[in-house]
Design a protein around this ligand. Structure first.
Ligand code: GUN
Length: 285
């Protein structure tokens, strides 16, 4: 038996269509969701991400502005730009692309973004609201994982989810969101001694550690759902996830490919967050 693929590209396309329809409805009320993206320096991967975000804004009818700043930009200059964007009425979401150059403290920049415009969901207040289950803009990749499960008809309720990785961007928030979906969650990381044994107990595995092909077929219970958040570049230039896809697909019930699984969902959820921020502002007015 071979696992069913969870097609992130297709699901992402469906959500984007829904967003487009919502944008058309908002247009009638004179509202256009707006996203500001800030890139400091010339990291090639970040440049690609930023370009894709701007292109997606255009496709969905959002207003967007991209600020490309030189690597030498000071922290004070960046904070000044963030403050300006916080006050700009046509910008509902602000995303400062990470990583930032070493002389800039990421935390200072994230903390400076207005919570209602924090479409990355990285601000401590957004994180706190998510933890206590209040309304919040949720971090995009973890929200994308939950959306993939839901739209594939896979309920997490009563299931045992094993999350591998404890980053602030993916591992920690996805664990909380799975718990919110009524899963029992085991959080694993680099110091977890019996990782294969724990993974084998999982109904749902989420791998987000950045180790190519770490999750092997004998780590997976037959029929389990395997979500691969990893994006690793192999020496031959090919992309691969944290899951040994070809082998695991023979055992799992459902699996996300890399590329084409979780990846396309991240920008889509960013757009959804920007739309949500625009709606919240319109409802306030
Ligand atoms: N760099 C890599 N992923 C992300 C992300 O989701 N948000 C931001 N701001 N920077 C990133």
């Amino acid at each position: 038996m071979s696992a069913q693929w969870i097609d992130g590209k297709k699901i992402s396309g469906e959500i984007r269509e829904e967003i487009k329809q919502e944008v058309a409805r908002l247009k009638e009320r004179g509202i256009r969701p707006g996203l500001a993206v800030v890139l400091v320096g010339d990291d090639p991967a970040s440049q690609v991400y930023v370009r894709n975000k701007a292109r997606t804004c255009e496709e969905l009818g959002f207003y967007s502005e991209v600020h490309r700043l030189p690597a030498e930009t000071s922290q004070a200059e960046l904070l000044e730009l963030v403050a300006r964007l916080n006050g700009q009425d046509n910008v509902h979401g602000i995303l400062v692309q990470l990583p930032l150059p070493k002389h800039i403290e990421e935390k200072a920049v994230i903390d400076a973004i207005a919570v209602e415009k924090d479409v990355d969901g990285f601000h401590p207040v957004s994180v706190g609201n998510m933890v206590i289950g209040d309304d919040a803009l949720l971090p995009c990749t973890p929200a994308g994982v939950i959306e993939l499960l839901k739209r594939s008809g896979l309920s997490a309720a009563g299931k045992h989810a094993v999350v591998i990785g404890r980053s602030n961007i993916v591992g920690k928030p996805v664990s909380l969101l799975l718990q919110r979906e009524h899963a029992t969650v085991t959080m694993c990381h680099s110091r977890t001694p019996n990782l294969p044994e724990l993974a084998r107990q999982a109904d749902i595995i989420v791998a987000a550690v950045g180790v190519p092909k770490l999750v092997k077929a004998d780590w997976v219970k037959p029929g389990a759902v395997v979500i691969d958040v990893g994006v690793n570049r192999l020496p031959d230039g090919k992309l691969c996830g944290d899951v040994d896809f070809d082998e695991v697909a023979k055992v799992a019930g459902w699996i996300t490919p890399v590329p084409g699984g979780v990846g396309p969902m991240t920008i889509t959820m960013l757009m959804k967050n920007t739309l949500k921020a625009a709606l919240a502002k319109a409802d306030q007015a």
